[in-house]
Design a binder for this molecule. Structure first.
Ligand SMILES: [Zn+2]
Length: 210
């Protein structure tokens, strides 16, 4: 509904950038205030610095391009490096962490009625049963956080679920494309600049249409 706040969980990657683009540009969302939340995931994949830079640049782009759009940017740090350092094989799934944090933001902010997630047709096509199971578990985490609340649980919405990763990429403005971060295992040059690994699944998917 108009005027209800939408929470956008934003990683700085292509999919959630597509969501942010829709929330800022699509008439359906014009009257909904937006809370953009980035979870700074300090884990063995070592993406936090690259992602945070992408997030800051992209949010700045949309804020400057749409100065009348009502939004609030927040972030938090989820650091698992102590118990799951760089060479560990098990660590919390991003989806579960985001569901837990999204749930707690919704509990704190009763104006939020919807949580926008960057699921795409590419995820559904390539992720298979494994992806569906992970999605279902993340939903359970989100629901569990609300188990003591009186109000209706906010719903997940998927503003780019009809689109493939490539279609999202084509939709994004050039400065946003240049700022987005998609690689799961970046390397960092001595200068601190992140470079893509060209090996992970997302790097391979993106290489097909770049
Ligand atoms: Zn990569």
């Amino acid at each position: 509904m108009a005027n209800d706040t939408i929470l956008a969980m934003f990683s700085g990657g292509i999919d959630s950038t597509g969501v942010l683009h829709q929330l800022f540009t699509h008439p359906d969302f014009a009257d909904n205030p937006v809370i953009i939340h980035h979870v700074i995931l300090q884990n063995r994949e070592n993406r936090a610095a690259a992602e945070l830079q992408a997030v800051e640049q992209i949010v700045k782009y949309y804020a400057q391009t749409f100065p009348d759009r009502e939004y609030l940017y927040t972030d938090c740090v989820f650091n698992t490096m102590g118990f799951a350092p760089l060479n560990s094989t098990r660590f919390p799934f991003d989806m579960d962490v985001c569901a837990f944090i999204a749930g707690n933001i919704c509990v704190a902010r009763k104006d939020i009625k919807q949580v926008a997630m960057g699921r795409t047709s590419t995820d559904l096509a390539s992720g298979g049963e494994n992806f569906k199971q992970r999605m279902a578990r993340a939903q359970q985490v989100f629901q569990a956080v609300h188990s003591l609340e009186q109000e209706a649980v906010p719903e997940y919405i998927f503003p780019v679920v009809e689109m493939s990763k490539e279609e999202i990429w084509q939709m994004l403005p050039d400065p946003v494309k240049e700022s987005s971060w998609y690689c799961r295992h970046p390397r960092y040059l001595e200068s601190g600049i992140a470079v893509t690994c060209k090996q992970c699944q997302t790097c391979k998917e993106v290489a097909e249409f770049l």
